[in-house]
Design a protein around this ligand. Structure first.
Ligand SMILES: [Zn+2]
Length: 282
């Protein structure tokens, strides 16, 4: 697109705003050519206008984004799915000391989608199942370290004592340390369900999160980590951008966006074992 045209349009938009018109009206009045051209010019002008506030302006392009995604569940003790708070604390301190930036869900999506990163060492910390202890044990650690984590929320479990309520989620989200993505409504193994029921699980949980947390939920985390061809069709129909599985491995921007692998953190791991979850070779 021509720079001169954009500048001219920008001027027109400013005049339009001064005259009390909306930008859309000004654009429509000025341009008599195709509507596609108007849309492109308009978005370029908008991009220029918001350049100074673009949170990704310092991110740089890379050929391939490699993003270790850590998978936790309950932060407590008792079984193989529970990581004690003391271990979680040591692991988050390790990430901080070694200069890892813990991405938000939106940042992770942006990185994978646009092949751009804020720095080389990045990691995405995810906690599945929205256990109450994520608030009492994990959140204080994350907050104190000025880090970030994503909780994959089961929207139909908010009435359980052992799980986070909507009020909990709102409080945690407001801190800026935690964001919430979907882990469906009922946490059923999607493989066992018909397409229509899968779709309902995906759509309803997204609607709930979007509406209650005022967001555009972009990620679905599969219960039991599994998905079939129908699930992927439902992911797209429900407007998810990415999906998390429990397949072990390091996610990259070149993989299937609806089956991102994750690295499972298990209780009793040594720091050496933990750090090896973050390692990859290109
Ligand atoms: Zn789960």
């Amino acid at each position: 697109m021509h720079l001169r045209g954009t500048k001219y349009l920008f001027g027109v938009l400013l005049l339009g705003l001064l005259a009390g018109c909306t930008a859309t009206t000004a654009t429509k009045q000025h341009t008599s050519s195709s509507s596609a051209k108007v849309a492109t010019k308009s978005s370029q002008t908008a991009a220029k206008h918001h350049q100074s506030t673009d949170p990704y302006r310092h991110w740089h392009s890379v050929k391939k984004v490699t993003l270790p995604i850590l998978m936790y569940h309950s932060i407590s003790s008792g079984n193989q799915l529970r990581v004690p708070a003391k271990e979680f604390k040591t692991q988050m301190a390790y990430l901080k000391q070694h200069g890892y930036r813990t991405l938000t869900a939106n940042e992770a999506v942006y990185a994978l989608k646009y092949h751009r990163v804020p720095q080389n060492k990045i990691v995405w910390v995810t906690l599945d199942d929205s256990y109450k202890d994520n608030m009492t044990a994990a959140w204080p650690i994350i907050k104190q370290n000025h880090q970030h984590a994503t909780i994959n929320f089961i929207t139909g479990f908010t009435g359980k004592k052992t799980h986070l309520t909507l009020a909990d989620a709102k409080l945690m989200k407001a801190s800026g340390a935690i964001d919430f993505q979907s882990h469906t409504v009922r946490h059923l193994d999607l493989n066992d369900l018909t397409y229509q029921v899968q779709l309902t699980e995906l759509v309803s949980s997204k609607k709930w999160l979007d509406h209650n947390l005022h967001q555009n939920t972009q990620v679905i985390c599969y219960p039991a980590g599994r998905a079939n061809a129908l699930t992927i069709k439902a992911d797209k129909a429900a407007h998810y951008q990415y999906a998390l599985s429990t397949v072990p491995g390091i996610a990259t921007s070149q993989q299937d966006q609806y089956n991102l692998p994750r690295q499972r953190v298990v209780p009793g791991m040594s720091l050496a074992a933990f750090s090896s979850l973050l390692e990859f070779s290109d």
